[in-house]
Design a protein around this ligand. Structure first.
Ligand code: ZN
Ligand code: ZN
Length: 182
């Protein structure tokens, strides 16, 4: 009975779409480069959304960083109902209180996430961007941090950890992601 109802609900849902938008001056080529990897990781259509302006009120002059939670607020306002999720790609240094910096932040309640290219440059730039994009979108589907250092949901303290984990979900998180999207 319950399984039957779940199937019915799935059948009525329109095809899922994840939108990706530059936030502020993030390079369009880097945003476009995320499309194939996100499509593979989340098994749905990925669309490039119009750029979302970098909110001036997110700037913290004493830290010289932007508060990532305020970027999420802007993304939540820009999110269209037909998008299952909206991921913002920024190119400025991000923080939340009590941490020196963050690579990004995801919000499952509002279905929005953001990450920044600012700390990812180097030989593995695009792979790092893909890794952080999948990680923050993972949070929007309710996934928590993982104790498997090779799972994309591992919490990276630094780039070496980002490079080690890569873009793949561990089997447990892969299952949890599939369940969350039924
Ligand atoms: Zn995280
Ligand atoms: Zn995991």
């Amino acid at each position: 009975m319950i399984a039957g109802m779940a199937l019915l609900a799935t059948a009525r849902k329109p095809a899922a779409v994840i939108a990706v938008a530059p936030v502020g001056e993030a390079p369009a080529a880097e945003v476009a480069a995320l499309v194939p990897v996100l499509s593979e990781s989340f098994g749905c259509e990925i669309v490039i959304a119009p750029a979302v302006p970098l909110p001036a009120r997110a700037w913290n002059a004493s830290r010289r960083q932007y508060l990532s939670t305020t970027l999420l607020d802007s993304l939540a306002r820009a999110k269209r109902p037909e998008w299952e999720r909206l991921l913002g790609v920024a190119d400025v240094d991000l923080y939340v209180p009590n941490l020196n910096f963050v690579f990004g932040e995801g919000d499952s309640g509002r279905g929005v996430a953001v990450f920044s290219l600012a700390r990812l440059r180097g030989a593995l730039f695009r792979k790092r961007a893909a890794t952080e994009a999948v990680h923050e979108l993972g949070h929007t589907f309710g996934l928590a941090h993982c104790d498997d250092p090779h799972c994309v949901m591992w919490f990276s303290n630094n780039l070496a950890e980002t490079d080690r984990k890569g873009t793949h979900f561990c089997p447990r998180h892969q299952k949890e992601l599939a369940r969350s999207r039924l």
